[in-house]
Design a protein around this ligand. Sequence first.
Ligand code: GMT
Length: 377
Amino acid sequence: MNIGIVCYPTFGGSGVVATELGKALAQKGHKVHFMAYNLPFRLNAFNENVFYHEVSVNDYPLFEYQPYESALASKIVDVAMYEKLDVLHVHYAIPHASVAYLAQQILKSKKIFLPYITTLHGTDITLVGRDPSFEPVIRFSLNNSNAITSVSEDLKKETLSVFKIDNKIDVIPNFINLRDYNKKFNSCQKHIYAPNNEKIMVHVSNFRKVKRVEDVLKVFEKVRKQIPTKLILVGDGPERPAIEKLCRELNTCNDIISLGRINDPIEILSIADLFILPSETESFGLSALEAMAMKVPVISTNTGGLSEVNINGVTGFTSKVGDIDEMAANSLKLLRDEKLLTQFKNNAHKQAEKFDISIVLPLYEKLYDKVVKKEMA
Ligand code: GMT
């Protein structure tokens, strides 16, 4: 099949999922055409059957805002016509779903049918999408999608409660390729960050408000008071300056290692004892799944789809948003008890196996087949 994928290329779960999906489809022999304003960051090597089409918008003094949507729609039309796309898969509803609809209509006028699938990732519904200024466009373009998928049951529920959607929503969860996580890493690395054999907690995010990184620091402060522990922060974003200020106030900077952005955090996860994700809202929590795939138990909130990934009392613990005391107590429970920690590590890996690409990829392929056949009928 010739598949077009539209996604955000920047650091963020939706771009990671779209890129890994495209790479896996390409390995199975599909031809995959990515369209984005930059090279998606995990598409940084040669992959057979993968093609990248950059969307560029020419600057013009009249534009206060660049007409990216128009440029993207034109690119989709061009790629669909000349690469003979069978299906278009857009990740993140805003603005990709409405652009896909526009491209579909343009192609229709040329007697070409291009079904499009919209995958909802979370903030496109729960944060940005809630903005009333987007509502009619999102609702319309979702109702006209040939299929909609959401990355968790919770996000599906949330979408149906926020928008009047008549269209069906299929839940296809996020995934990891367990093969990438089963590699052996040099555990000596641990001494670089924890020279006195301290425990290691890791947090990975884009440091947006919704991630509540300040809670990571507050939990860490409580844990560190009881057990020698280091905190490794991976990622960057608008909250980073505030976090640096807070660590000075809490006097914990000496035990915090801020690594900034890393393309692939697997190696850092390989030395972690615990992963912490205290988000305000999280449709899925791909970073938690990545940690679990590396046998790292997760301390998280119970918001959104997180409880579908991190099973409370089995793969880690889930708490109410902002419950610093409970998250710290749960961290200590695991870090103090090697036997329990090992049990949770194994449980985490077992749970991650349920989200392996070998299970999830066929669900997408089946959906592509379905929308293509429906269009042809
Ligand atoms: O977490 C973010 O801020 C990035 C955002 C995105 O759009 O890339 O992530 C969302 O999509 C991920 C992939 O499906 C999910 O794993 C994240 O839970 C979701 N983020 C939120 O819901 C806050």
